[in-house]
Design a protein around this ligand. Sequence first.
Ligand SMILES: *Cc1c(COP(=O)(O)O)cnc(C)c1O
Ligand SMILES: [Zn+2]
Length: 428
Amino acid sequence: MSYSCTSTAYELKCNECGKRFGNQPLSACPDCLAPLEVIYDLDSARGVFTREAIAKGPANIWRYATLLPLPKGFEPDLPVGFTPLVKARNLGRRIGANHLYIKNDAVCFPTLSFKDRVVSVALANAQGFGFDTVGCSSTGNLANSVAAQAVRLGLKACILVPADLEPAKILNTQVYGARLVRIDGNYDHVNRLCTQIAEEYNWGFVNVNLRPYYAEGSKSVGYEIAEQLGWRLPDNVVVPMAGGSLIRKIRKAFQELIYLGLVEDKPVRFFGAQATGCSPISHAVKQGWDYIEPQRPNTIARSLAIGNPADGPAAAKMIRQTGGWAEDVSDVEIVSGIQELAETEGIFTETAGGVTTAVTARLYAHGRISSDEITVSCITGNGLKTTDALAGHYQQERAVRPRLADFDAYLRELDGVAEPALVTVGGN
Ligand SMILES: *Cc1c(COP(=O)(O)O)cnc(C)c1O
Ligand SMILES: [Zn+2]
């Protein structure tokens, strides 16, 4: 790809006290410890970030480069994102939704989760700041994506994960040759350790010292949804939450599009989805809290298992501001959600997508979303990475001899028919 990206001027700003920090690898304000946010000179994007200019860009997230924080001279190497937005007619019929869409990041390039978006932006900045080693604390998908993309850029990678991660996610990291360290603890332990390592070793940790830049990559989901709906905003968005970043950034993307006049202003309600076994944000939303009570995760949805989410308070507040809601579902419901999406739409998602699908169904069932509204359900990861979640649900069938009579008998057995069905032979 020879596509040169030009960003609008941007810098880091403290969400709490408003202090500005220029651009540096820093995730929190030293004064008030609040997360830092990338802000842009939005007005200078007028006339540049237009529907027409975007349409001329490549079919990946770099078509939105004007509003992504990318260092000068950055040339993208990978065609990340621009995943399908599909109308979910079958699932919709089943759950009473007439205008339900699936944003399908189960097929995101290159590592089959939405994390490819955030990692590509983070690594652009890692290079910009001159780091030669990058890393992350990960619940799985982030590890896969950092490992794969670091290879392409010639960066060394050191990745830390909780020891009990799914085997497929561990293998999917090791195969790229990254150094993988399993930590005897949960994600929150891993994350704390990474903060210390980043300082000690001067490494670029995508979700620690590069976090503000990393998080901006999630805005691409919002831009794509709006563009794929024909430059319209939906009424509702249902988003899985781990750290609480993705859901906020989709909203930020919508607000930027409104500000620049690419879409008509309209209220969009945001709905957060979590697993009951790790539901600090949905719990806060339900309680009306503006703080998060950390939890000890215990769920099969490991990619969402962050007990003390960095952007949790902001996400909970934002959800309520938009008139949305948050729900959480049990592990049994998560498995049903995976099966339901696969059986209706032919999309095999991981546990996080099972969470989102089950929560979406519940929001319709409880009347929080009504059937004629336009709703986008964000599927963020691929089922091939969490097949162990389905262990015991499907049997290995016995082998049938390669003869038509055996096949006939086998089908009758499966269908529970004792006698051979009446078959007309000859067919005239
Ligand atoms: C990380 C992750 C999320 C949640 O992202 P946050 O921005 O941390 O809330 C959702 N789905 C999948 C599959 C993920 O890997
Ligand atoms: Zn501050």
